[in-house]
Design a protein around this ligand. Structure first.
Ligand code: 9WO
Length: 244
């Protein structure tokens, strides 16, 4: 899979392409990443990428032509059908499900806006999907695009392997994760749930499921559809509710 970022700040992407499992996957060529700076596609001596908005108003907008040429250069390189994503607060909410869907694409082009945004005619012409990572406004689309790269890459078996991929992540079944513990067994007088020390794998599995159900009920009830729970899950959740 290939990711191409269109950004005025290519160095920002070192945060995701130079570290951790994603960085290793890039280094080993299991995924491809490139960042294309629209400023390289300007034709005037000042290398202008922005201009004043028609109709007045604060700030500047990103000009169409440099962005269009940068996107075309990303797509021409391999001529594989690319999906062009624009990161914006106006977009479709980015979720585990959307990340999984995008992981089946061969090439994602991530258009990162700056200033007050991008000329709408470019969005209408070349953007396949607008994506929002939350209801807030940032200073640019780069951080959201890195979040998309990380979450999508986790679904690729060539990156995490089938057992560790996001398919195995807590969100795969729409529940939050259970709490985790490691040594020391007692930390400042606080121990570890005894079931985790029991070696009883069935009991541990049940406890972890109950914790996931209970935490989702407590923290993100919007994610929990109790009508779809199995009888075992319902009993576990009811028992959790009685204790909380
Ligand atoms: C700016 C803005 C201000 C008020 C209400 C909505 C708004 N949308 C934008 C916008 O799309 N800005 C562009 C991209 C250019 C300025 C920086 N950009 C940006 C993207 N800010 N915040 C995001 C973003 C992207 C994905 N998910 C959440 C926020």
């Amino acid at each position: 899979m290939r990711f191409s970022a269109i950004s005025l700040f290519p160095e920002m992407f070192e945060a995701v392409t130079n570290y951790g499992v994603i960085g290793r996957a890039v280094k080993e060529g299991r995924i491809l990443f490139d960042c294309i700076n629209p400023r390289e596609f300007t034709v005037d001596r000042h290398r202008t990428v922005d201009d004043r908005p028609y109709g007045g108003g604060p700030g500047m907008l990103m000009k169409i032509e440099p962005l269009k040429r940068a996107i075309e250069s990303a797509i021409d390189k391999d001529n594989i059908k690319a999906k062009v994503i624009y990161l914006s607060p106006q977009g479709e909410k980015f979720t585990h499900t959307l990340a999984k869907k995008l992981s089946h694409e061969k090439h994602l082009v991530l258009l990162c806006g700056r200033y007050e945004g991008v000329d709408q005619r470019l969005i209408d012409e070349v953007v396949d999907i607008e994506i929002s990572v939350g209801d807030f406004v940032l200073s640019g689309g780069e951080l959201p695009s890195m979040l998309v790269i990380d979450a999508v890459t986790r679904f690729l078996p060539e990156v995490l392997g089938h057992s560790e991929s996001a398919e195995a992540d807590s969100f795969e079944d729409g529940l939050l994760d259970h709490p985790h513990y490691t040594r020391p067994e007692v930390y400042e007088g606080k121990g570890v749930p005894k079931v985790l020390l029991s070696g009883d794998h069935k009991a541990i599995e049940q406890w972890r499921l109950q914790q996931r159900l209970g935490r989702t009920w407590q923290k993100r009830p919007d994610l929990l559809d109790e009508d779809k729970l199995s009888e075992n899950e319902r009993q576990l959740l009811e028992s959790f509710k009685q204790d909380h």
